[in-house]
Design a protein around this ligand. Structure first.
Ligand code: MG
Length: 247
């Protein structure tokens, strides 16, 4: 058998340059894959299905197909009935393989934190991170590294969220903050964020739901749970939806 040396040499060069430029970078891993909800956590999706989720209207029960604890995007966005202030969220997702699709059409969904801040879900495997790719706070925060796995593989998000702090007039005195661990790698470290397009319309500083976006692609979710932090008040906020194009 003849072996071409060129691909091997190229691979060697690539790995050498990666070692030089990213010696501190970790590889995407399964450190929190299958993590069980700790004491006091609220389970949002398991084998029992999507209990506690409603559609965008805030009242009609969610009807995404669920089998064996896996929910597949379909029939519109869904949100938790319960609203949260500060929280830690664990979830697992799997983007479909859509080789014919490009950019934002390639396995798009999203996890809205507090109802108004989208953590993007997309097939962004192998891309230079941008502010609308998987792991980004949509159009606001670029992940520090691309921690994506290829499509059709389960991935994890572990998110720590602090809602905005507002004064007596509702003016934001401290923006919401988020830390994202994507496939075991900290890709966003305590970044300040503002609302992104397509949320449910509550105001910064108010508690909000977790919303999962239906962008027309059969993205799958499983093992979602949340640990709510101590409440700092404000359960206010309307559930009326707004819509947007890409998000
Ligand atoms: Mg999206």
């Amino acid at each position: 058998m003849r072996i071409s040396l060129r691909p091997l040499a190229l691979a060697g060069l690539l790995s050498a340059s990666m070692a030089l430029t990213s010696s501190a970078q970790e590889k995407p891993n399964d450190a929190t894959m299958g993590a069980r909800p700790p004491e006091g956590a609220i389970v949002l999706l398991d084998e029992k299905g999507l209990q506690g989720w409603v559609q965008r209207d805030g009242k009609t029960p969610a009807d995404w197909p669920v089998a064996d604890g896996i929910a597949t995007v379909g029939h519109g966005d869904i949100q938790t009935k319960q609203r949260f202030g500060d929280f830690k969220l664990h979830l697992e997702f799997n983007v479909p393989y859509r080789p014919e699709a490009r950019g934002q059409a390639r396995g798009n969904s999203g996890v809205y934190l507090g109802g108004i801040y989208e953590l993007q879900v997309l097939d962004s495997y192998g891309l230079k991170p941008r502010d609308n790719d998987c792991g980004a706070i949509y159009t606001q925060v670029v992940p520090s590294v691309n921690a994506c796995k290829p499509p059709l593989q389960w991935q994890t998000y572990d998110v720590t969220f602090h809602k905005a702090v507002v004064d007596g007039q509702g003016k934001v005195v401290k923006k919401a903050r988020v830390t994202v661990i994507h496939n075991g790698i900290k890709t966003i470290d305590d970044a300040e964020i503002g609302p992104t397009p397509g949320g449910v319309g509550n105001q910064p500083g108010e508690d909000g739901p977790i919303l999962l976006q239906d962008h027309g692609n059969p993205v799958q979710y499983r093992n979602i749970w949340i640990v709510a932090g101590p409440s700092r008040g404000s359960g206010r906020g309307a559930a009326e939806g707004t819509t947007a194009g890409h998000r």
